[in-house]
Design a protein around this ligand. Structure first.
Ligand code: SF4
Length: 168
């Protein structure tokens, strides 16, 4: 399986706690006003990369966890689900994923929802320019939630973190 990849950031501290390998995919239809990365909307931007190739890059950095961003990874859900499943089965790394869909929208779509078992954290919802708050960590507007999908957030949790009872 292949993912259309716009860019990869190595050992970044911008996309979740600690060092992370961030996979920025191409393609987004949410068209949020004030989007930080409108060049990522084009589904033909970047280049195709095999899941195996991405997995090798992720595994090569023993220090870094993993983040999926874009663009919106949910538009390439089957391939990202495969990558996330392999990361969970073959490494001990955590996965944070950003999407312009709300969790409820993801849960309502079986193709997108298939990724959820393999993600640790979903940062959900569109960016709302009128609510922009540059003090927020890892999100642009307060409607976006940092959702720990399978357990309690860490005790030093990040403001905006939402523990999620129904998925436990
Ligand atoms: S979901 Fe993210 S990438 Fe897509 S338009 Fe909104 S802010 Fe931009």
């Amino acid at each position: 399986m292949r993912i259309r990849v716009l860019d990869i950031a190595y050992q970044t501290m911008a996309d979740g706690p600690g060092l992370r390998t961030s996979i920025y995919c191409a393609g987004c239809k949410h068209a949020c006003k004030g989007c930080h990365n409108p060049q990522s909307w084009d589904f033909n931007a970047g280049k195709w990369m095999e899941v195996d190739e991405l997995l090798d890059i992720i595994k090569a950095d023993s220090m870094s966890n993993v983040s999926f961003s874009g663009g919106d990874p949910m538009y390439q859900a089957p391939a990202f689900t495969e990558l996330a499943r392999r990361i969970k089965e073959e490494t001990g790394k955590t996965i944070w994923c950003w999407t312009g869909f709300t969790l409820e929208e993801v849960q309502a779509d079986p193709v997108m929802a298939a990724m959820l078992p393999y993600l640790d954290v979903l940062v959900d919802g569109p960016f709302i320019l009128e609510q922009r708050d540059t003090d927020l960590l890892f999100r642009g507007s307060p409607n976006q939630r940092i959702i720990y999908l399978h357990g309690d957030p860490p005790s030093d949790d990040i403001p905006g973190t939402v523990p999620l009872e129904p998925l436990r």
